[in-house]
Unconditional design. Structure first.
Ligand code: ZN
Length: 306
């Protein structure tokens, strides 16, 4: 999905246009509510820096560089994401260490050689509030050194947890949710729920097979017996795993619940109480209640209250 098609994000869209024409900024920190569109903006900005023929409006979208960025296969693009048991970004992802726990290309090695195809090498660090202390200090050193051909894009949904010294090394750009009017125009009555993380949900909506399963689950709310509640809760969890393989489990589930809420409110407009129930489960999952507890209760209630 092109950045221009996403609602909201006015400041971020202007930034992508500006940086397509000039490369004066070397590090950008994209922040906002989870799912506000940080990753979509990161993609667009990476393309702007790697496009062979950027236009006034940003990356051209058609050159081989733009195509490779959109498929996350560009040889000059490195993604760094939290991983492992603590879901953290760790030191071996930033710099060379002895006996790394997994085989990855650390940032320091990646930026040690000039770009092969694009005008710049671009490093995207997702969820930088999940850097552990050692990794954060190593990243800070990296950001402090001049790298003429390297550009950094950092994203976070928890700006308050990002080290101030890292924040001060980056141009901070807010990823804004659409305003009420814009959200209503795009998402209709489901806007208040959908607005919570519209772009994550929009991304999920494009994955046909899992989306079809989610639709069948919505159908089942009318036809399944009460005894099917726990199986349906389990199915929703499984679908969220399929839908959003890249992001952390909870994030995928949050976005899936938003999409589920939108579909339920469209299919059963006479049941606003179901939307409220889903919103409650959504808050619980955001608040770290176990997804099993929240979803089992949700489906039991919805089937019993028909
Ligand atoms: Zn291009």
């Amino acid at each position: 999905m092109a950045l221009a098609d996403l609602p909201g994000l006015a400041g971020a869209k202007r930034l992508v246009q500006r940086l397509s024409r000039s490369a004066d900024v070397t590090a950008v920190l994209l922040y906002g509510t989870a799912g506000a569109g940080q990753l979509e903006v990161a993609h667009a900005l990476a393309a702007a820096w790697m496009c062979a023929a950027p236009t006034e409006d940003g990356p051209c979208g058609t050159c081989s560089g733009c195509g490779a960025v959109s498929r996350d296969v560009h040889v000059d693009l490195l993604w760094v994401r939290p991983a492992g048991a603590g879901n953290q970004i760790r030191i071996h992802q930033i710099t060379e260490v002895d006996d790394p726990p997994e085989v990855v290309t650390p940032i320091q090695r990646f930026i040690g050689t000039p770009p092969l195809m694009a005008p710049h090498k671009v490093v995207i660090l997702a969820d930088v509030h999940r850097l552990n202390d050692r990794a954060a200090n190593a990243l800070l050193k990296t950001l402090e050194e001049p790298h003429p051909y390297v550009r950094f894009i950092l994203t976070t949904s928890e700006i308050g947890e990002v080290m101030p010294t890292i924040r001060s090394r980056c141009l901070g750009v807010a990823c804004e949710l659409p305003g009420d009017e814009e959200a209503r125009a795009v998402y209709g009555d489901a806007a208040p729920l959908y607005q919570l993380a519209p772009h994550a949900a929009a991304r999920l909506q494009r994955q046909d097979e899992a989306f079809a399963k989610l639709n069948r689950l919505v159908d089942g709310l009318a036809s399944e017996p009460v005894g099917a509640a726990l199986r349906m809760a389990e199915e929703l969890r499984a679908i969220s795993g399929e839908l959003d393989g890249d992001s952390a489990e909870r994030e995928g589930l949050v976005a899936t619940l938003e999409l589920f809420a939108m579909l339920v409110s469209r299919r059963y407009p006479e049941r606003p109480d179901w939307s409220r129930r889903i919103l409650k489960a959504h808050r619980q999952v955001l608040g770290n209640v176990s997804s099993r507890t929240a979803l089992d209760a949700l489906f039991c209630r919805m089937l019993v209250e028909r």
